[in-house]
Design a protein around this ligand. Structure first.
Ligand code: CA2
Length: 161
């Protein structure tokens, strides 16, 4: 069962601002346990702490969710349509395979940013195509876990327009 953490934040107009959904896909729950040369030694819990701290500093709030199941990620993207002010998504291997996640993201009217910890373009060719990239505002890849913090800044800039 995914753990949800959230704190309310206010928009520049004083109204309550919805949280940013931070969605992580398959195997990212094991981050920090293998392949540190590619992904570093940071765990998913560390990423969630980092993102929550950065969100607080920016006056945002986050809900962090991880799943190994494509349909669960699709359901959270659908939920984000009414419950979130933006989406940060690292769909992991589903980035390279999932038309269902592509279609769900295409239905969002809020900004979404794709994050990859590693530089997928320096890796195997099957990682070079992402079904996510064409339906999000932008892509951050290869900057390690800081990519999540940068994605928050991009979402804040977009929703503050
Ligand atoms: O670089 C990324 O963030 C990826 O989305 C990570 C995915 C990979 O399939 C994408 O091509 C790029 C893989 C996540 C695997 O998670 C790990 C868990 C434990 C140890 C190592 C990796």
């Amino acid at each position: 069962m995914a753990k949800r953490t959230s704190k309310a934040s206010k928009s520049s107009k004083g109204g309550a601002r919805k949280p940013v959904y931070v969605l992580n896909g398959p195997n990212l729950n094991l981050l920090g346990q293998r392949e540190p040369e590619i992904y570093g030694s940071t765990t998913l819990a560390d990423i969630e702490k980092l993102v929550a701290a950065r969100a607080k500093a920016l006056g945002l709030s986050v809900i962090c969710l991880q799943s190994n199941h494509e349909g669960e990620l699709v359901s959270w993207i659908q939920e984000a349509r009414s419950m979130a002010s933006g989406v940060i998504i690292n769909a992991a291997a589903y980035s390279h395979t999932s038309i269902a996640i592509h279609d769900a993201l295409a239905m969002l009217d809020i900004p979404a940013v794709e994050v990859h910890i590693s530089n997928v373009y320096k890796r195997e060719e099957f990682r070079h195509y992402s079904y996510v990239s064409s339906v999000v505002k932008g892509v951050i890849c290869g900057l390690g876990v800081q990519g999540y913090a940068l994605a928050l800044e991009a979402i804040l800039a977009d929703i503050s327009k």
